[in-house]
Design a protein. Structure first.
Lengths: 741, 156
């Protein structure tokens, strides 16, 4: 069930609106006070949608729109900008529906002091799709309030008034939406000369029709780039306060390690040291400079229990796929879910095993937080995708009420699921409390590798039977993974769910033309922390499924594109996932010249997936040089529904492909003697420009709703490359990263 | 000791082992220069020392005494009206909408500026050579390449 996109109906209650004086002084601010739609999903629906969001409804306004007398329009946006262009996309939605002048729009990151707390966080490629109906409704309400006020001031009926570029105009007036012509009045003037009372319209306002969009659907330049290009943008690592000091934290020698006892040793005597903290569960130093703090930590007298010295082989054992284990997450069809034993004996069943390794997030900005502990409150500047969760975690750790904590989320220098700011924020808070000064804590690259969490390794068994007609009659995916979402969710919730929805994201078989489909997910609680990583289980699961489908195509002696299309029923309706998968497959194949010959030594591979309501297909063109895989070109077709910013979708697709290729060709780490084998990039190289192919993105749009873009295009790339390598060399590579023998 | 940064002289305390990156960021407040690995691998911390691209995270501050240090903050030129005029490399980055998270981009642009000063008319292959020692985790490499070539073209 439920491979189709769920439309989440979202209605604002009239009394949810909050109207106030402009936050910036003067003007009007409109907010709306309920949690995100996702917060209303029941657990079953969270599982069903395969995305899942932390569920805790808060009472802060969802978004603020602030219009100043000079018509400057400020949007306080709760979603975190980590490079995905979300501030721009959400501002486009608001500006479009409000009728604001794009040139006068400013975007400010909402924090707990100014604007909303976002309980859902910025995760799961959900920001645009979840905010789309809400933002439009909020902006439309404000627009109608402005029109009602304009009717009073211009002495015209509302029906004769239209809104354009920050002005309300009398229909048919000569006004151009700029300057001060007869029969038009700017938002700012309207508000300044207000005659009536602001009243939220009783009925839900009519939304602007798509045919009139001139901001949504345009490649607006990113609102955050000028500051970023000139070095002025402030990230968590960059935040400064007068009198601030720098903290460093002692780390165990292994990931299972625990403090037996901590004493100050000679740390207090080290240069620049301001404060030494040696508590039963935590030891750290505050100093005048970052280097001094880091140096002084080595002078603490710490007795560590290293715990068990885990090895990779033990991890491998824990991931073994066992009979009868795990949770069935897909069981579609009429026959037996698993290929019958007689089929196996008759030799019709095909089986293959796949795996993916531990991987790091490798966001280039390490975790950072600045804490300012004051007698009555704690102020926190922190890099986090989930400010509300960070606040809750810090409150719990520090024995504070949430209301006593102000969280100011900053730009993120990469998120990828790892900017879960709680650990670094708690360290900074503890050290600031001890030192009585604002304390900045930032992790080193070694801490990032050793003390954070990793993308978990996965194992996959794929089985299928081919019918006499060369079509797949049944297919099963038995999957095993370390935890992805479970490590962050309450135990009660994970118990109900059985499996880890993050780990099986993308694991269900997406070909509706296969009569019998079965997917089982097994989750291993590994001794090392694992968790969210861009796309969660998507990259590994799609690698296994789409490589296997390629193997079946070759077994059936059918062209891999044609074989895929054979298993996606035509005529399922234009909005169906099957149809949208067909469209991206054909779109990518056409642009890549799938049927055209390649020069000697080159070959193409294809793969597809559906995720976050979006469909993606990719064609990779490869060669082998000096025994190494070289990817020359990737063509990606993507259908994310309604497109808010075409260049933004392209950028996310290019980025996801490049990051996915890094996993496909290079990235892995292992557990050795209770530690992660890599401490820095010398032992964990990332892809560089040299190995990045030419990337072409084909944009398709189906329907009237936007879907996710940040993660879906990371799905197909590994399989597309592996399938191309098979076409070229006959070697079937089933382990990431791909290595030729 | 004295440090010349972006054309200005600063008096800084000479602490043993002091590293240029931390002096720039934490003492002078020039946080446009970023930190990624602390080991000279990723390139996020790239600045110019006498015009040469240099990894500031592994550069002892004593090594740059008497030399000219240039950071991202000095690339754009302040105009009479208080606005900033972007350097051609920054402008190319903006035109191509290169950055995503942008944490690495100060280092990418400083690398590109030094490279183009040495080699104003590079081939695509030379750009790839010059830029393949800087990591970008968001995966903006195709746009970085386009922007470097565009900046070279504009300057030509």
């Amino acid at each position: 069930m439920a491979t189709e996109n769920k439309k989440r109906r979202w209605r604002l209650s009239r009394r949810g609106f909050l109207i106030g004086a402009g936050v910036l002084g003067g003007g009007i601010a409109l907010g709306y006070g309920v949690g995100l739609p996702a917060a209303r999903l029941k657990i079953a629906e969270v599982m069903d949608s395969g995305i899942g969001q932390p569920v805790n409804i808060d009472k802060g306004p969802l978004v603020w729109i602030d219009i100043a007398p000079d018509n400057g329009t400020t949007f306080y946006i709760p979603k975190i900008e980590m490079g995905q262009g979300i501030h721009t996309a959400l501002a486009q939605i608001l500006a479009e529906e409000l009728g604001a002048d794009w040139q006068q729009v400013h975007v400010i990151q909402a924090d707990t002091v100014h604007g909303p707390v976002d309980s859902a966080g910025t995760t799961g490629s959900q920001s645009v799709s979840s905010m789309w109906p809400v933002l439009r409704d909020i902006a439309a309400n404000l627009r109608e309030m402005l029109r009602a006020e304009a009717a009073r001031q211009l002495g015209k009926p509302v029906a004769q008034l239209k809104v354009m570029k920050g002005f309300v105009l009398v229909d048919g007036a000569s006004g151009t939406g700029a300057g001060s012509a007869e029969g038009q009045i700017s938002f700012g003037e309207l508000i300044q000369n207000k005659q009536g009372a602001w009243e939220v319209p009783k009925d839900k306002p009519v939304l602007k029709p798509m045919s009139e969009f001139n901001i949504v659907g345009q490649s607006m330049q990113r609102v955050d780039l000028f500051d970023k290009l000139t070095g002025q943008a402030i990230y968590a690592y960059d935040v400064r306060l007068p009198n601030m000091a720098y903290g460093a934290v002692a780390r165990p020698p292994t990931f299972a390690g625990k403090l037996r006892s901590a004493a100050k040793g000679t740390a207090e005597e080290q240069p620049g040291v301001i404060k030494v903290v040696a508590e039963p569960d935590f030891a750290g130093v505050v100093a005048e400079t970052r280097q001094q703090a880091a140096a002084a930590v080595t002078s603490l007298a710490l007795d560590w229990d290293a715990g068990k010295l885990w090895q990779q082989a033990e991890i491998e054992q824990m991931l073994e796929i066992k009979d009868g284990a795990g949770t069935v997450i897909q069981n579609d069809g009429t026959g037996t879910a698993m290929p019958a034993n007689d089929a196996v004996e008759a030799g019709q069943m095909i089986e293959a095993h796949y795996s993916s390794p531990f991987a790091a997030h490798a966001h280039l900005e390490p975790q950072a937080a600045l804490a300012d502990w004051q007698p009555d409150k704690l102020r926190l500047w922190v890099g986090t995708q989930m400010p509300a969760l960070t606040r809750g975690d810090v409150a719990k750790a520090m024995g504070l009420k949430e209301e006593q904590i102000e969280v100011m989320p900053t730009y993120l220098g990469g998120g990828f699921g790892r900017k879960y700011g709680s650990d670094v924020a708690i360290s900074a808070a503890r050290l600031s409390r001890a030192a009585g000064r604002p304390v900045h804590v930032a992790w080193t690259r070694k801490e990032e590798f050793q003390n954070g969490y990793l993308r978990p390794p996965t194992r996959h068994i794929l089985r299928a039977t081919l019918g006499a007609d060369g079509r797949i009659s049944s297919m099963a995916h038995l999957q095993s993974s370390g935890e992805v979402a479970n490590s962050f969710l309450p135990a009660a919730m994970t118990a109900v769910m059985g499996a880890d929805f993050g780990a099986w994201r993308g694991a269900r078989l997406h070909y509706d033309g296969i009569p019998n489909r079965y997917t089982r997910a097994q989750v291993a609680s590994l001794p090392i922390r694992t968790g969210w990583w861009r796309g969660l289980g998507l990259l590994a699961n799609v690698f296994a499924i789409e490589t296997f489908v390629d193997e079946l195509a070759h077994a059936a002696k059918v062209d891999p594109l044609e074989f895929r299309l054979q298993h996606l029923p035509a005529g399922a309706g234009p909005d169906s996932t099957s149809e949208r998968l067909r469209n991206v497959l054909m779109g990518a194949a056409k642009q890549a010249g799938w049927d055209t010959p390649l020069p000697q030594g080159r070959a193409r591979g294809i793969a597809c997936c559906t995720d976050a309501g979006t469909t993606v297909a990719q064609v990779a063109e490869v060669s082998v040089e000096d025994g190494k895989i070289r990817v020359h070109k990737v063509v990606s077709a993507i259908d994310p529904g309604l497109i808010i910013n075409p260049d933004g979708v392209k950028a996310q697709t290019e980025g996801a492909i490049t990051m996915g290729l890094s996993s496909t060709l290079f990235e892995e780490t292992r557990i050795e003697n209770g530690r992660v084998s890599a401490d820095n990039f010398d032992a964990y190289p990332l892809i560089t420009m040299r190995d990045t192919p030419e990337i072409e993105v084909v944009l398709l749009q189906t329907g009237l709703e936007p879907h996710g873009v940040g993660e879906p295009p990371i799905g197909p790339i590994a399989a597309a490359v592996g399938n191309a390598v098979f076409a070229l060399t006959g070697q079937r590579l089933r382990t990431l990263p791909l290595k030729l023998v | 000791m004295k440090l010349n940064v972006n054309g200005k002289d600063f008096e800084i305390r000479n602490r043993p082992g002091s590293v240029l990156l931390w002096v720039l960021r934490d003492e002078l407040g020039l946080t446009g220069t970023k930190v990624g690995c602390g080991a000279g691998i990723c390139g996020s911390c790239t600045v110019h020392v006498d015009g040469v691209d240099t990894r500031s995270c592994v550069t002892p501050v004593t090594q740059v005494e008497g030399k000219r240090v240039t950071t991202i903050e000095s690339l754009a030129q302040p105009q009479a009206d208080g606005t900033l005029k972007l350097h051609p490399v920054q402008q190319a980055w903006l035109d191509e909408q290169v950055p995503q998270c942008s944490w690495c981009q100060s280092g990418q642009m400083m690398t590109a500026v030094a490279f183009l000063a040495e080699n104003p008319h590079p081939s695509e292959e030379q750009v790839v050579d010059a830029m393949s020692n800087n990591y970008c985790r968001c995966g903006c490499y195709t746009r970085i390449k386009r922007a470097v070539l565009k900046a070279a073209e504009v300057a030509a």
